[in-house]
Design a binder for this molecule. Sequence first.
Ligand code: COA
Length: 280
Amino acid sequence: MTASTTTGGRRRGRDNGEGGMGLGTKSFSVNRELVGCIMVLDKKKAVDEAIKAASSEKDHLTSFPPFRHYDRNGLSVYFESGSGEQLSSHMKRYIQSLLKVNMEGPYGPEWSIEEKVKRREMVASEARYIFIREAPNASANEISPSEGEVTRTRWMGEGDPIVGFVQYRFAVEEEVPVVYVYELQLEPRIQGRGLGKFLMQLIELIARKNRMGAVMLTVQKANLLATNFYTNKLRYIISTISPSRVDPLIGLEKSYEILCKAFDHEARVKLEESNCIGDR
Ligand SMILES: CC(C)(COP(=O)(O)OP(=O)(O)OC[C@H]1O[C@@H](n2cnc3c(N)ncnc32)[C@H](O)[C@@H]1OP(=O)(O)O)[C@@H](O)C(=O)NCCC(=O)NCCS
């Protein structure tokens, strides 16, 4: 397995000077194996460190001041960081109700099981959030919900109304450190105004800043609008680890695809195009 240019560069200092000058062929190959092992261990250490550093940062939004608010297309909202361990009971209730409104349809009969899974994921210590709050001066008419929506997703907690959220984690996929987007959920009344695209751009910035190799996410095949949003509008592709690419027959049985956007060569090779032999 090839190592990325970045991690290869970081290792060079340690590997210097061990050359096989004057050694026989056997000890040369043993040396090479040893160097290979050290490189693999170094690589793993670098990945673990990147994940640890990214996860220990309290607020990823502080690095991107222009991305702390969104004032376009009649929407005026701002963003706030959060974590799974620190959700208030109002936030938990809000997340659950918005997930139900948006995802019960795409999941169909699988929803009752999935809802429980999502309830656990929601409070995991690794779960990071970006909450979207309506700006205090936002005109009520601009983003007024329909009657049904009011009762189903209305924010009942403190502060300006929350109208959506992103949930993501720093994770390792195929030895590549990634940002995995677990949820991107906007209330129906604020969809289709460019905010989803803006938030995914922000997630990509967070991923790059924290030395992650890619952004990944799972999408239900039945969620045609979201699939179109990610693949056609944002240029995400079906990952090599998605069931349909691992084995088309298994893919047919599964109701989801795993999508990704890679930022470096190694992530591209491992997560986007692993059968491109010429690339290795
Ligand atoms: C999917 C979702 C996150 C997209 O966010 P959004 O703010 O509605 O999308 P945007 O307005 O940023 O749209 C970006 C592009 O996708 C297109 N698009 C987005 N939603 C669309 C829709 N419902 N119908 C048609 N096109 C749509 C837009 O036309 C836009 O294209 P453009 O840049 O050429 O104008 C949002 O609609 C949502 O929360 N949906 C419900 C929950 C969900 O399915 N989440 C994804 C789970 S994986």
